[in-house]
Ligand binder design. Structure first.
Ligand code: SAM
Length: 380
């Protein structure tokens, strides 16, 4: 037996050699950061909700650590439902619940069946599966309450980032491509797929916070309901991003129908295209600021790391889509790379937006075009 402490809880599960989907009961210590952020997001969500308490479905509960933490660490967390298809996981989740002196509900079903049977019960649905969440989004869209929040993890980053094309087409009905900003495109493909799936139920999304960290991507979005607003949201937020692998030019276009495959207007090379994907905001300034204020009220082991992420996220939340990698541009120009902060300042001096990004610590989000940026990089 393994015993661990995380946040305000103590959790036990059968010992295993290596974190894997084959472990008898799944637990990944590296996801403490993800769980800490989830606690913070849901606490801020509770403050924004016009109700005292809310219900949470921890759809893939594993050892129970997530749901038990939610109950212990979030004011207003009322009924928490732990669901997992693995009977051994539910046995240990029950044991851990007793050990932590909390009272939760249990279910041992396929996640889709559990959601279909419990429509309208949950203010929060946490989707933390192995690999892709795509199989579960339809049921989550059906089951989630109006003004509820969906928390979605994807660990199939190679599909979302375009290592191979086919998996992204199969799972997300979207084209992906590999580039220096493929993690951003990946999270946009995931968000676009969520928005299009929810739209079937006349529901639309407002992304409160999102991040790509280590081997996974995580999205937190509010779900609202109204057919006209859903149409408007899709019209504004779904589009495509095209990229020239030769000169690094890229362009974002709005609309569900893909633009005709174009040649790069700068160098004439054939462009690559990703989409349909979410071209809207990946977070909300006020929500992130509230997360930063709330962090002092929580006792989170990964606080420093979270603050670093939240501060970069604040910088980039209103910046344009995609980012440039200074090393990639320097290689393209066959020169050695200048320092990132110098480039950021030089772009700002010319009157453009210029900020860093959590997707890549050498990345810059800016509205200057690629030729203007290359000039700056050359002259530094
Ligand atoms: N949320 C957990 C945490 O933070 O530690 C980890 C969850 S783990 C990544 C995925 C879990 O989903 C496993 O415990 C597995 O047994 C369960 N699972 C896999 N397929 C499922 C399905 N179709 N329905 C419900 N649970 C499923």
């Amino acid at each position: 037996i393994e015993l661990i402490e995380e946040g305000l809880v103590k959790i036990a599960f059968p010992k295993f050699d290596k974190v894997s989907s084959k472990s008898p009961v799944f637990y990944n210590p590296k996801m403490e950061f993800n769980r800490d952020i989830s606690v913070l997001v849901l606490q801020v969500f509770q403050k924004h909700l016009n109700q005292e308490s809310f219900n949470i479905a921890d759809l893939f509960s594993g050892s129970g650590i997530r749901g038990i933490r939610y109950k212990k660490e979030i004011n207003g967390a009322k009924d928490i439902f732990l669901n997992d298809i693995n009977p051994l996981a539910i046995e240990w989740a029950k044991f851990n619940t007793l050990e932590n002196n909390v009272d939760l509900e249990f279910s041992q079903k396929d996640a889709n069946i559990f959601l279909r049977e419990n429509r309208g019960l949950f203010d929060v649905i946490d989707i933390d599966p192995f690999g892709t969440p795509s199989f579960f989004l339809d049921s989550a869209a059906y089951a989630i309450k109006k003004n509820g929040i969906l928390c979605v993890t994807a660990t199939d980053t190679s599909a979302l980032c375009g290592t191979y094309k086919e998996p992204s087409i199969r799972k997300y009905n979207a084209l992906s491509y590999k580039s220096e900003y493929c993690h951003e495109n990946g999270i946009r493909i995931l968000a676009g797929f969520c928005a299009l799936t929810l739209a079937k139920y006349k529901k639309y999304i407002e992304i409160k916070f999102s991040h790509s960290s280590e081997h996974y991507m995580r999205l937190y979005f509010l779900v609202k309901k109204a057919s006209k607003a859903t149409d408007d949201s899709l019209k504004k937020n779904i589009g495509h991003i095209s990229h020239c692998p030769q000169c690094l030019y890229r362009v974002t276009s709005v609309g569900l129908t893909s633009p005709v495959e174009e040649l790069c207007p700068i160098c004439g090379e054939k462009m690559k295209m990703a989409g349909p994907l979410w071209i809207g905001k990946l977070g909300e300034r006020e929500f992130i600021e509230d997360m930063i204020s709330e962090i002092d009220n929580k006792s989170l082991n990964t606080e420093k790391q979270i603050l670093k992420l939240l501060n970069i996220s604040l910088d980039e939340v209103d910046a344009p889509t995609t980012f440039y990698d200074i090393h990639k541009i320097s290689k393209n120009l066959k020169i050695s790379a200048p320092k990132q902060d110098k480039v950021i300042e030089a772009i700002k001096d010319k009157g453009y937006i210029s900020v860093g990004t959590h997707f890549n610590l050498l990345g810059i989000k800016t509205d200057i075009d690629i030729n203007g940026l290359k000039e700056i990089v050359k002259n530094l």
